[in-house]
Design a protein around this ligand. Structure first.
Ligand SMILES: CC(C)(COP(=O)(O)OP(=O)(O)OC[C@H]1O[C@@H](n2cnc3c(N)ncnc32)[C@H](O)[C@@H]1OP(=O)(O)O)[C@@H](O)C(=O)NCCC(=O)NCCS
Length: 186
């Protein structure tokens, strides 16, 4: 029997504000930004399998993300600065299977023009904090390619630690696995 993870309702997940950022549930108005971000070779350099070729692909991706939101009450956010309407990128947690268990996958991808200002670290730490409060029984993981130093820094800054024995082949080669609980055995 498969046990479905419970939905999280009324958690305030649809919009979260940090010192500099607004993180909110994506909608149709974000389609151009989601496509541009995933059609940018620099933003997908370490995960080329995430590249999207057409706007229709972006529509499908947004549909998947929206399905997760509708079903569980949380998911990936679009991130922007308080004072600028244009998205900086995407970050959040989403339920995925990992080994025999459902876990929360921490994801972040930002437009290269925004890199180096600490936005990804601020957003990722917010996502992990949100998960600790609202999904305390779920492990948070980040899958990071060995050469993606910036992403490794973001995972650590968000409170995750690399756990070598969980390293797993992913869509683009081996992924290093960062987790919120180092005692997790898999
Ligand atoms: C990973 C990513 C989100 C980081 O975004 P960012 O806004 O530049 O991150 P931050 O400004 O918060 O910087 C995080 C850390 O990475 C370091 N860093 C940034 N670029 C780096 C690089 N090319 N090499 C090494 N370290 C780097 C920063 O100095 C900072 O380090 P610190 O914690 O010691 O201060 C961004 O590079 C990105 O979107 N990459 C493409 C998508 C991606 O690879 N996502 C991860 C998939 S697993």
């Amino acid at each position: 029997m498969t046990v479905e993870p419970a939905a999280t309702r009324n958690s305030g997940a649809e919009e979260v504000r940090t010192d500099r950022l607004v993180l909110r549930r994506p909608d149709q108005d974000d389609l151009d930004a989601i496509f541009a971000l995933h059609n940018d070779p620099e933003a997908c350099e370490h995960n080329p399998s995430d590249m999207l070729e057409t706007r229709e692909d972006a529509e499908l991706l947004l549909e998947l993300w929206s399905h997760q939101w509708n079903r569980y009450g949380f998911g990936y956010w679009v991130v922007r600065r308080h004072d600028v309407p244009d998205p900086l990128g995407v970050c959040g947690v989403k339920l995925v299977g990992f080994g025999r268990h459902p876990v929360l996958n921490l994801f972040y991808r930002f437009f290269p023009s925004s890199w180096g200002s600490g936005y990804a670290s601020e957003a990722a730490a917010t996502a992990v904090d949100w998960a600790r409060v609202h999904r305390p029984d779920d492990l948070v993981i980040a899958r990071v390619r060995p050469g993606n130093l910036a992403s490794q820094r973001v995972a650590v800054r968000a409170g995750l630690a690399r756990t070598e024995h969980l390293d797993t082949p992913g869509d683009d080669g081996i992924d290093w696995i960062y987790v919120s609980d180092r005692s997790y055995e898999g």
